[in-house]
Design a binder for this molecule. Structure first.
Ligand code: PLP
Length: 495
């Protein structure tokens, strides 16, 4: 059974899965969404017995219908191998009376590796299938983690180049060091003097500029995206929710068919949307718990039905969630508007012109499976300390936002449904914030001394990603204004 991917802003624009991956973004700023989400017919008990690659094939083959079995298996096995430092790929561990799905065992120790280790395979395969001989230029805006994960995935992949823009003062020291020391010959990294939303808006503007697209085409290039606006990132993220469910069945925590809650520390709304898509495929989910930091646009949206980005942008200890425009929410809006591109386009136009929009009561009703809340920085620090003191398990600041919101959810609802918390980064990526949460006195020590101390406290070996940057040379020094992004990209491409 095959289906197409359609733009959220124009019902006439529909492409195959491989074309959607190659293109990244639809025209006029729309996002590609699947025309339908097929049902997973493989019984949950059977999925529970499969390894990560096996589950990945079952999920992806249903969503990427124009890829052959051979192509998909090549992509999956190329991605999920010994690059991950745990052979389960995404281990599920139990602490604090719940289950943490550790999504940070890939090359750059954040959950972005789960999708970005396979995206280059999907994209180069898609280019071959569609007989495209243009060089693919990946344009990426990052709040810190996508950047390095995309660089690691695309570094020295033939037929591709990658440019990454990050907010110069909006990422952790380790995140920045990971990016600016990237050695791939086809890579380019620049800090911008703005926040993540500025970077994302600048990138989207380049994508939707037809003149720029035509000029690039003449020079033998085409843009694509490694952000979660690319369906090639979302679909691989559906896999681990199935995999986590299987682990719970296998360990006897739940019976196949029981519902679970899923808690996701949310920024651009990609990871939680993937969980929602998995449930549309048949994964039994009770509530999707959307956890925000102080930039709580989504919490306000879920409570009031008004999305309003007109507010102060707050720099927090969970920088990868410092976002006021959650791009992937558009895919949910489109769905609850009855898959109505016109209705959705009107709301998105309001968002870009006035910074806000209001959904109808009927649409709001469709949001019932979602619960939103937020945690401020003090609560995040307290949560890290509490969980550490309970049994020595150390979580990062983003995961702590989720754990704190889940604590509040349980208090408010009394719900005891078995729950999976998406653990999105290794604590090593945010060492300073994590260590000072445990004891403020650590703030006087330098970054790598804290890394060693974290190893001592947690008993978890320093990941290779951190060892790699201890003495690495800084290779990328460009800093630009947001208005200069296009010129900078042209410079990188030599056009
Ligand atoms: C990107 C990121 C998030 C937010 O994920 P979205 O898919 O953008 O909602 C949360 N935590 C970490 C560590 C991240 O890197």
């Amino acid at each position: 059974m095959s289906f197409l991917y359609r733009s959220t802003r124009n019902k006439e624009e529909a492409v195959t899965a491989s074309q959607a991956i190659l293109q990244g973004l639809a025209n006029e700023g729309g996002l590609f969404v699947p025309d339908e989400i097929p049902v997973m017919e493989v019984p949950l008990e059977q999925l529970a017995e499969m390894d990560y690659c096996g589950v990945a094939y079952e999920v992806m083959s249903r969503m990427f219908t124009d890829f052959t079995e051979e192509e998909l298996k090549y992509c999956i096995h190329g991605a999920y191998d010994t690059k991950f430092d745990d052979d389960r790929i995404a281990p599920l561990v139990s602490h604090h009376g719940t289950h943490f799905l550790e999504l940070f065992h890939g090359k750059t120790i954040a959950f972005k590796d789960m999708a970005l280790s396979i995206l280059p395979y999907l994209m180069t395969t898609a280019a071959k299938k569609n007989h495209s001989d243009q060089e693919i230029v990946i344009l990426t805006a990052t709040s810190g983690d996508t950047g390095k994960a995309a660089l690691a995935g695309f570094a020295d992949v033939p037929g591709t180049r990658i440019a990454v823009f990050y907010p110069k003062s909006g990422v952790s020291p380790i995140q920045e060091k990971q990016m600016v020391t990237e050695r791939g010959k086809n890579t380019f990294v620049a800090g911008i003097t703005g926040n993540f939303d500025d970077a994302q808006t600048g990138v989207k503007k380049m994508f939707s500029d037809p003149a720029l697209g035509a000029y690039l085409g003449e020079k033998g290039f085409r843009f694509s995206s490694a952000n979660s606006i690319n369906i090639g990132r979302l679909v691989p993220q559906m896999v681990y929710y199935y995999y986590a469910y299987g682990q719970l069945v296998k360990s006897g925590e739940i019976k196949a068919g029981d519902r679970i809650n899923i808690v996701v520390p949310t920024g651009n709304f990609g990871n939680i949307l993937a969980a929602y898509y998995a449930s549309l495929m048949g994964l039994p989910v009770n509530r999707f718990i959307c956890a925000s930091n102080d930039n709580k646009v989504l919490f306000d949206f879920f409570t009031t039905g008004v999305y309003d980005r007109n507010r102060e942008f707050i720099l927090t200890s969970s920088p990868s969630m410092d976002i006021l425009i959650s791009s992937n929410l558009e895919r949910l809006i489109y769905r609850i508007a009855g898959n109505d591109a016109e209705k959705n386009a009107t709301l998105m136009k309001e968002l870009s012109e006035t910074g806000k929009y209001t959904i109808t009561d009927e649409m709001k009703k469709a949001l019932e499976p979602f619960y939103g809340n937020f945690a401020d920085m003090d609560t995040v620090a307290k949560t890290i300390r509490t969980i550490y003191e309970e049994d020595g398990y150390i979580i990062d600041t983003h995961t702590a936002v989720a754990a704190a919101v889940y604590d509040r959810y349980k208090e408010e609802t009394g719900d005891t449904t078995p729950t999976v918390i998406a653990s999105t980064a290794s604590p090593y990526k945010f060492t300073r914030s994590v260590m000072t949460a445990i004891d403020p006195a650590y703030d006087s020590q330098e970054d790598f001394a804290l890394v060693d101390k974290l190893e001592e406290l947690s008993g978890v070996k320093v990941p290779q990603a951190i060892e790699d940057i201890r003495s690495a040379e800084i290779l990328h020094k460009t800093v630009c204004e947001k208005e200069e992004m296009e010129a900078v990209v042209k410079g990188f491409l030599g056009i």
